[in-house]
Design a protein around this ligand. Structure first.
Ligand code: ZN
Length: 52
């Protein structure tokens, strides 16, 4: 038997919140990658203005 290098089953990494590490309801809008909770937090922090 040859030892083959097994490919990790998780090729695609799940969306994980950059702030809290949660993978629940992660939003990838606006170049962010944070969960809804942190998003709301950040939204208030940055004022959630319309960035272009
Ligand atoms: Zn979060």
């Amino acid at each position: 038997m040859s030892e083959e290098k097994q490919v990790k089953p998780w090729k695609v990494q799940p969306q994980i919140c950059k702030k809290c590490g949660s993978h629940k309801g992660v939003i990838r809008k606006y170049g962010l990658q944070i969960c809804r909770r942190c998003f709301k937090e950040s939204a208030e922090k940055i004022g959630f203005r319309k960035y272009d």
